[in-house]
Design a protein around this ligand. Structure first.
Ligand SMILES: C[S@@+](CC[C@H](N)C(=O)[O-])C[C@H]1O[C@@H](n2cnc3c(N)ncnc32)[C@H](O)[C@@H]1O
Length: 192
């Protein structure tokens, strides 16, 4: 069986803090909602929230659960649909393991950051790679001060950063996710 070959993982560990120490960052309610909504809009069916903190995983489940069941689901069914694709996992490895289950080809890890790194490929090139439905890709997004060097070293693909009009390009992870998804999965329609 082959499913949707792109999933996003929002990584809360391993990431850097301001002092370049490897830490576990705190879950942000807005990230969970907004990235779930962007992912659903662009046709993804899995958005992994990665944190080794059991307490933070419970919080993520509670946030999704509020909109999936009972009052929240009745009040805003559109939000329920988006949060239905959230899966909460303790590590990148467990997210890969879960995503792998629908595919025979090995999941490839794709990493992102605001800095330019050697060997990175353009979003347009990644869009072309996604045309092969048999090959699954897990797109890692950082929190805190970004994904660690180890994440970049172990990834299969590094994406070129989104550039703005000047030198500054430090986007919130929510904005970066939405821009990337539009470029790699979006379609231009005459009525929009
Ligand atoms: C470093 S975290 C910052 C998290 C922060 N707490 C926030 O405001 O969302 C932002 C993440 O978004 C992505 N990102 C930010 N700016 C980017 C850019 N210009 N190009 C590509 N990805 C970017 C990367 O995945 C990066 O790890």
């Amino acid at each position: 069986m082959t499913g949707n070959n792109l999933a996003i993982a929002l990584v809360h560990h391993p990431v850097y803090n301001k002092h370049h120490e490897v830490v576990t960052s705190a879950l942000t309610n807005l990230d969970q909602h907004d990235i779930a909504r962007s992912s659903k809009t662009f046709g993804l069916d899995r958005f992994y929230i990665v944190t080794p903190s059991e307490e933070q995983r419970k919080l993520a489940e509670r946030i999704s659960g509020h909109w999936q069941h009972g009052w929240g689901a009745d009040y805003n069914p559109d939000r329920k649909q988006a949060l239905d694709i959230v899966r909460v996992t303790p590590s990148i490895a467990t997210a890969v393991e879960d995503f792998q289950s629908g595919f025979s080809e090995t999941v490839k890890l794709v990493v992102t950051g605001a800095a330019t790194r050697p060997g990175s490929i353009a979003l347009a090139a990644f869009r072309t790679l996604l045309q092969d439905p048999e090959q699954p890709y897990l797109l890692l997004l950082g929190t805190g001060w970004g994904l660690t060097d180890e994440c970049f070293a172990s990834a299969d693909i590094t994406l070129k950063p989104i550039a703005g009009n000047g030198m500054y390009n430090h986007l919130s992870v929510r904005s970066a996710a939405a821009i990337m998804l539009d470029r790699i999965k979006g379609i231009e329609r005459e009525d929009t």
